[in-house]
Write a protein that binds this ligand. Structure first.
Ligand SMILES: *C/C=C(C)/C=C/C=C(C)/C=C/C1=C(C)CCCC1(C)C
Length: 245
């Protein structure tokens, strides 16, 4: 009964030298702040941009909820929250694909293009989860990582050289430049994740893992990647709405 009033016994405290836990904590705060920013600014834009800004806010909000949980999971000494990490991604990455569709819709983007990107991102993430959480022995992580990587390259091709890039070129102006920036996020920003994966799983690429020092660093890499990509993506869309108000 007395424990009821002793918060430290109920809420796990995070050690001040726990730098991995700290990145979960800061990540959570950043996602919350970004969500408030996107949601509150939404109504100041023209109708045609509101859904895009709403989706930006949903991406960071879903991440904020997961980071809240993952921060706790980590602080309680459970290690890497692999399952919830992937639940977060399987919800937010398809929404990032929806962003591409939304900004290119006026230029003629089809639902088919949207579903293609969503399907590829699902393959990329399910394969990644198999390698990181299910088939973790032997060649498992390398094999599933390769399959995941192929789906990743297919996404890059589609938005950089494929149909999406042609639509962006035909739209021109602010839409084209926003599309180009989003492509850079996918090519450079998303490439952070396979590095985290190599640091956290066993495989021929072991040197990467050893250099970074195993699972601990993997979460730092993923947390930094999420902050850059989720908030950055949202800001590109926000900037597009501002520029073409
Ligand atoms: C907000 C979360 C985002 C943008 C997550 C993106 C995740 C990836 C691009 C993950 C990619 C992976 C590979 C390309 C190979 C190894 C396995 C993954 C899943 C880490």
């Amino acid at each position: 009964m007395e424990n009821l009033f002793n918060l430290s016994a109920v809420v796990p405290a995070m050690a001040t030298d726990d730098y991995v836990g700290f990145t979960f904590f800061v990540g959570c705060m950043a996602m919350m702040a970004a969500s408030a920013f996107f949601f509150l600014s939404m109504n100041s834009f023209d109708n045609k941009w509101r859904t895009s800004i709403l989706v930006s806010g949903l991406i960071t909000f879903i991440a904020a909820v997961h980071y809240w949980y993952m921060r706790d999971y980590w602080a309680s000494g459970n290690g890497s929250p692999t399952f919830f990490r992937y639940v977060d991604w399987i919800l937010t990455v398809p929404l990032m694909c929806v962003e591409f569709y939304l900004i290119l819709k006026a230029a003629g983007a089809t639902k088919q293009l949207m579903w293609k990107l969503i399907l590829l991102s699902t393959v990329m993430l399910v394969a990644g989860y198999f390698g990181e959480g299910v088939y973790t022995g032997g060649n498992g992580p390398a094999l599933w990582g390769l399959i995941s990587g192929l789906a990743y390259f297919a996404i890059v091709y589609e938005i950089w050289k494929g149909e999406a890039s042609k639509l962006a070129a035909s739209a021109g102006g602010a839409v084209l430049s926003a599309h180009k920036t989003l492509v850079k996020f996918v090519v450079i920003g998303w490439a952070i994740y396979p590095i985290g994966y190599m640091a956290g799983t066993q495989g021929w690429y072991g040197a990467a893992g050893e250099f970074f020092g195993m699972p601990i660093a993997m979460d730092v890499i993923y947390n930094v990647g999420d902050a850059i990509n989720k908030i950055g993506f949202g800001l590109v869309v926000y900037n597009l709405a501002v520029n073409s108000k």
